[in-house]
Design a protein around this ligand. Structure first.
Ligand code: ADP
Ligand code: MG
Length: 291
């Protein structure tokens, strides 16, 4: 039988914006030794702002315009940022053959031209040579490269901000005995290094494709000791398979995708990562009462 204390525990947590989809997850939460975080949308806000535009072959406006159009239907936080910087409703354009590659970027045909928008890895896989950026010093941001008809056309530097409780989350987890905190990201090394330094996660891995994130969580799961558990916290954009693989998958409720909320075992309704520390405390207390 399920102890009554578990119902009370789940009820108490939901009152604090933490949706726990079963008493067994309170057990898992109470025993966490490792918490693995996605970066974008989980430790950071996921609301990027355009910092700089460096066109090479077209005007600044046209570079932004083409990038925003290519991202017209994407739900990725980068897509939302580009559409905000250049509201595409203003002009008429034919956008066809959209192909999005998770962890890399997007390609579409815009008014007959093939436009690719994505990271260095994507440009590499398309055989497009990047131009070294001499004007980027001082911008610690995610770089969005743009190519038109197979030729490098320039890039846009966008930046995200840490969530206000990101560093506090890591500190509180350490105090609860969760010493291993890992950040996994598809973003580039320098951006990841900065976020890792600001949050003080115990380790991070950058430049990952969605499949690399899965192999990282599998390695972490294989390394845990008896009686220890591992959580993954993400927004579900490019990381839903990792959410499913962890002992407990925790999703962001407000920013997260519907698929993530469905796949997750725990949902943080207000997107605050620090709620994980609270969830652990509530779970430990509940299990103590149940015994
Ligand atoms: P994270 O691991 O930080 O959550 P993602 O796995 O979602 O990031 O994406 C990794 C990287 O792939 C991004 O930093 C970006 O460079 C690139 N990328 C992914 N989707 C898009 C897109 N729709 N447009 C442009 N770039 C993208
Ligand atoms: Mg992500």
């Amino acid at each position: 039988s399920i102890p009554l204390a578990f119902f009370a525990g789940i009820g108490g947590a939901s009152g604090k914006g933490i949706l726990i989809k079963g008493g067994n997850y309170m057990d898992v939460l109470a025993k966490l030794s490792t918490v693995v975080f996605d970066k974008t949308g989980t430790l950071t806000r996921g609301t990027f702002e355009v910092e700089a535009v460096h066109p090479e072959t077209v005007s600044e406006q046209e570079l932004l315009h083409l990038a925003a159009h290519a991202e017209r239907f994407s739900t990725h936080p980068i897509a939302v940022a580009l559409r905000t910087a250049y509201p595409h409703e203003a002009d008429r354009c034919t956008v066809e053959d959209i192909r999005e590659t998770a962890g890399q970027g997007i390609t579409a045909r815009i008014n007959g031209r093939t436009v690719s928008v994505g990271n260095a890895r994507m440009m590499q896989s398309l055989g497009i040579t990047l131009h070294p950026c001499t004007r980027c010093a001082g911008y610690a941001g995610t770089t969005v490269h743009v190519a038109i008809d197979g030729e490098y056309a320039g890039h846009i530097v966008i930046s995200d901000q840490l969530k206000e409780d990101a560093a506090e989350t890591i500190e509180r987890l350490k105090r609860l005995g969760v010493d291993r905190t890992v950040m996994l990201t598809g973003d580039k090394e320098d951006v990841a290094a900065l976020t890792a330094a600001q949050t003080k996660v115990s380790e991070y891995h950058a430049g990952l494709l969605p499949a690399d994130k899965v192999s990282h969580i599998e390695r972490i799961l294989a390394a845990k000791k008896d009686g220890e558990t591992v959580a993954f916290v993400g927004d579900g954009i490019n990381d839903a398979p990792v959410l499913a693989r962890a002992d407990v998958g925790i999703a962001m409720g407000a920013l997260g995708s519907d698929a993530a909320i469905e796949a997750a075992d725990v949902v943080l309704m207000d997107d605050k990562p620090s709620k994980i520390a609270l969830a652990i405390r509530l779970s430990r207390r509940t299990i103590f009462i149940a015994r």
